[in-house]
Design a binder for this molecule. Structure first.
Ligand code: HEC
Ligand code: HEC
Length: 408
């Protein structure tokens, strides 16, 4: 190669580099993947500014009255009353009641629906469990903190987890993914991920559902008032339905939930050698098959919920650690209720996310396990093989698992 050719080649290489690097802004303009914000601090994750988040939080916690549409049958006066520990949006000790009948083949809803509202605005319409409805369950209030990130998990991720769950010698771990309707996008279905039965996929859908079913406030999205044990109670209803002329309130609740940070860990405890050994055991025993530790959310600008919501930069491309697969499993704790899917879901419950576990003192869907160890020992069915490994641990190893769990 003569000198001139060498120079031309060198110039070519330099220009190639310049070209690549001059394109860099479009490369870095794509958001990099980062850990989601965490904290029990009432602050926004960046989706809304601080003052909007404060206003939305106040709306979520605001006590509504009968004149605002509460009732005629309802469970409580505000979202915040049940979602408040240790900050607004968290969980609480409040449970709800569901009931129905099993005829040997299939579950039949209690008259008026399996949800039995526990309060009413008149003594004559308080809902009761009627004879012949021997299937009953309590449902503990769930935390909504960090749910914006959960909403931004792609359906395909949940479907892949379901597909890949293994056949262990104790039986198949057989997580079931459910397609559920997105109410604000008629005809659109997504994989359910919210609620004890994975009954919703969209936080706006859940908000409309909760406003009607928990508080008795109907909206254009959920315009139909509840009955009392199947009997119309419209003569007790001071407002024509829908109680709200628009969906503004439920949109505000949704914006609040999407802007919450994920539950934070107790990092001091998490760094102890005991917690780290416990985490290793949790993974090796196979708890992590259902309590999946890590997910990545869809990228910013991606549209979900039938195109009705565009993922913002604050929620997109985030790493989260919810410790759940959001799938339904029969681990022998099933509550006998068929809510939103086929009869095979009767005794299945969604893997409850373990993030924020350290803030709770009642466990499982009914809140009837009062220590984490008791909650673990209640797992059977699909979880038998894994739980047998837990039973076989030494006292010290069990303590390590519990230390790890209490850092979550
Ligand atoms: C009476 C108590 C109560 C009230 C009031 C209440 N909730 Fe809930 N919330 C619950 C319970 C119980 C669950 C679990 C229900 C189930 O799955 O059966 C739940 C679950 C949820 C979930 C699913 C969380 C998850 O990650 O799975 C969302 C979202 C939610 N509620 C939002 C709201 C909103 C918004 C309001 C106000 C309009 C509200 N809730 C009012 C008790 C309540
Ligand atoms: C086959 C799936 C599966 C496996 C494996 C599994 N879990 Fe679970 N876990 C669940 C489901 C489903 C629930 C909720 C059950 C209910 O509420 O009735 C749950 C609930 C829990 C809870 C209660 C949390 C709360 O807030 O109520 C704890 C703690 C827990 N699991 C820990 C473990 C540990 C530790 C292991 C491993 C030794 C394990 N799980 C293995 C599916 C599983």
């Amino acid at each position: 190669m003569n000198r001139l050719k060498q120079i031309i080649l060198a110039v070519f290489i330099i220009f190639s580099f310049l070209f690549v690097f001059s394109n860099e802004p479009t490369i870095t303009a794509q958001q990099s993947v980062t850990e989601a914000l965490t904290g029990f601090d009432d602050q926004s994750n960046g989706f809304t500014d601080a003052s909007t988040h404060r206003e939305n939080l106040d709306a979520f916690a605001e006590t509504e009255g009968i004149k605002d549409g509460v009732g005629p049958v309802f469970n409580s006066f505000s979202c915040g009353e049940c979602h408040s520990n240790p900050v607004i949006g968290g969980s609480s000790q409040i449970t709800e009641l569901r009931a129905g009948h099993f005829d040997g083949q299939k579950f039949i809803d209690h008259p008026g629906g399996s949800l039995i509202q526990s309060r009413a605005i008149d003594p004559s319409i308080v809902e009761k469990v009627l004879d012949g409805n021997e299937v009953r369950t309590l449902r503990l209030s769930l935390s909504i903190l960090g749910d914006g990130y959960i909403e931004a998990i792609d359906d395909s991720v949940l479907l892949d987890i379901a597909k890949q769950q293994p056949n262990l010698s104790g039986g198949k771990i057989n997580g079931q993914a459910l397609w559920v309707p997105v109410e604000e996008a008629p005809g659109v279905m997504r994989i359910g991920r919210f609620g004890w039965k994975s009954q919703q996929a969209s936080l706006l859908s859940f908000s409309g559902d909760a406003y009607t079913n928990e508080m008795g406030i109907t909206t254009p999205l959920f315009p139909i008032e509840n009955t009392s044990n199947g009997k119309s109670i419209s003569k007790f209803d001071p407002l024509p339905d829908p109680d709200e002329g628009d969906n503004d309130d439920i949109e505000i609740f949704t914006e609040f939930m999407r802007a919450t940070k994920a539950p934070s860990r107790d990092m001091q405890l998490a760094r102890t050698s005991s917690a780290q050994a416990g985490e290793g055991l949790f993974n090796n025993m196979g708890c992590v098959i259902c309590h999946v530790s890590t997910f990545k959310t869809l990228p910013a600008a991606f549209k979900i919920n039938g195109g009705t919501f565009t993922i913002p930069p604050a929620i997109g491309d985030k790493i989260i650690h919810p410790y759940s697969d959001f799938l339904l499993h029969d681990i022998g704790t099933g509550d006998g209720i068929v809510q939103n899917a086929g009869q095979e879901t009767r005794n299945k419950i969604r893997t409850v996310p373990l993030w924020g576990l350290r803030t709770r003192n009642r466990f499982m869907h009914d809140g009837l396990s009062l220590t984490v160890n008791e909650a673990i020992l209640r797992h059977a069915g699909e979880a038998s093989f894994v739980i047998d490994k837990y039973r076989a641990l030494s006292k010290k190893q069990k303590q390590q698992v519990l230390t790890f769990l209490s850092s979550l």
